[in-house]
Design a protein. Structure first.
Length: 130
């Protein structure tokens, strides 16, 4: 990356979500005091969400630069793939008792919520060059 290039909201969220999730998992570990299934579940959900959403962001940007006409087909494929993986993770968490499906779902929402919060804080929502 160029030194002059500013980080996007997605890249800032990538940098911020990892320590946030680890601290939250540690807090859950000390609060619940059990085998830490809540902390593990939250971390797994956040990791899956982070990987899928960042992958979608990067590949969408690459495809839109190369051939924007393929973007619609890729968006449909990406949607089906991402939500199939999310459903598979939730089903597997229900099957294995080491994980808590509710906390995995909370983990899935961490990355999108982090992006919304960063967007609001950065103030880049509207047109400033009027």
């Amino acid at each position: 990356m160029n030194e002059n290039q500013e980080l996007t909201i997605f890249e800032k969220a990538l940098i911020g979500i990892i320590p946030f999730t680890l601290v939250l998992a540690l807090i859950l570990f000390f609060v619940t005091g059990n085998d830490n299934s809540e902390g593990k579940s939250l971390t797994v959900g956040a990791a899956v969400s982070l990987i899928l959403n960042f992958w979608n962001y990067k590949t969408t940007a690459i495809i839109s630069e190369r051939d924007y006409r393929k973007l619609r087909g890729f968006s449909i494929f990406s949607f089906i793939l991402r939500y199939s993986i999310i459903i598979a993770v939730i089903v597997l968490s229900c099957v294995y008792s080491d994980f808590n499906a509710v906390y995995i779902v909370f983990g899935f929402f961490e990355y999108p919520l982090f992006i919304i919060i960063l967007s609001i804080l950065s103030g880049k929502g509207g047109s400033q060059n009027a």
